[in-house]
Design a protein around this ligand. Structure first.
Ligand SMILES: NC(=O)c1ccc[n+]([C@@H]2O[C@H](COP(=O)([O-])OP(=O)(O)OC[C@H]3O[C@@H](n4cnc5c(N)ncnc54)[C@H](O)[C@@H]3O)[C@@H](O)[C@H]2O)c1
Length: 257
């Protein structure tokens, strides 16, 4: 494993109750960071928090809906009040509402954007209020393979995830002079509750769905939450000081742009 040391640093991981968020939190924790786990589903945070504590990590749990700007500001301000700073933000909270495009409802588009894009922005702005005066910080935004190419039954999700890359680049440019790195990761397929929407939508078994997505991946295997955690830790590490505004595909070769 790459030797990354986050001792003395803290990180806020949103969507930490989900499959990928769990892997992200575990990787930051393994590297020695104090990990703040945030999710709108407080119950989903219990298992990852227990796992991190069992690993000897310092961990704190926040029930947080990232669409609530005041709540986001409070969580971030409380972290800074406790630790004196916020070093890293990993934006992983996300939703997916699959639909045939002609059946799709505008309200579902608004819900998707509210979490995947506007909620992400609320978290970014809240941490930047502290990172800019501090003159340092690392932000990693979880985008998607659907940020690279439109997906017929995921128009809203894909549009929101294209937006994540644009937001990442624009914010990276806005804060580069403050020594803050802002990058995105585009995961391919990771088993999680988001991916669990696939079999029901396409009316196939989980095994059939997994086989169909795996067949699309040049390397021949889907990704794990730890794969995404490793990429995020790298982007927040000293090895990546000259990387900003990038979107890193972690998808087994699915996309190469
Ligand atoms: N699983 C995949 O194959 C895959 C692929 C590409 C990108 N992604 C992205 O990875 C991220 C994590 O997804 P996952 O696969 O772990 O799914 P998941 O459903 O397991 O996790 C998503 C988490 O986000 C939380 N969340 C949703 N809305 C929230 C809100 N308003 N405030 C706070 N928390 C909220 C959920 O409670 C959940 O715990 C998402 O952004 C998703 O789009 C996933």
């Amino acid at each position: 494993m790459i030797d990354i040391d986050f001792t003395g640093k803290n990180v806020l991981v949103t969507g930490a109750g989900g499959g990928i968020g769990n892997g992200l939190a575990r990787r930051y924790g393994k590297a020695g960071a104090k990990v703040y786990l945030a999710d709108r589903d407080a119950k989903a945070l219990e298992a990852p928090a227990a796992e991190l504590k069992a690993m000897g990590c310092e961990v704190s749990v926040c029930a947080l809906d990232i669409t609530d700007e005041a709540a986001v500001r409070k969580v971030v301000d409380d972290i800074v009040a406790t630790d004196g700073k916020i070093d890293m933000l990993c934006n992983c909270a996300g939703v997916i509402i699959p639909s045939l495009y002609m059946d799709a409802k505008s309200a579902d588009f608004e819900k998707t954007l509210a979490v995947n894009l506007v909620g992400m922005h609320k978290c970014i702005q809240a941490v930047l209020l502290h990172m800019i005066p501090a003159g340092s910080g690392k932000i990693v935004n979880i985008a998607s393979a659907s940020s690279r190419k439109g997906v017929s039954d995921l128009a809203f999700y894909s549009a929101s995830k294209f937006g994540v890359i644009s937001l990442t680049q624009s914010v990276a440019l806005s804060v580069a002079a403050s020594n803050i790195n802002v990058n995105a990761i585009c995961p391919g397929f990771v088993e999680s509750s988001i991916m669990a929407t696939g079999p029901g939508f396409y009316n196939v078994t989980k095994e059939q769905y997994l086989a169909s997505v795996t067949a699309k991946v040049p390397l021949g295997h889907i990704q794990t939450a730890d794969d995404i955690g490793n990429a995020a830790a790298f982007l927040c590490s000293d090895m990546a000081v000259n990387i900003t505004g990038q979107a890193l595909n972690v998808d087994g070769g699915l996309h190469m742009n």
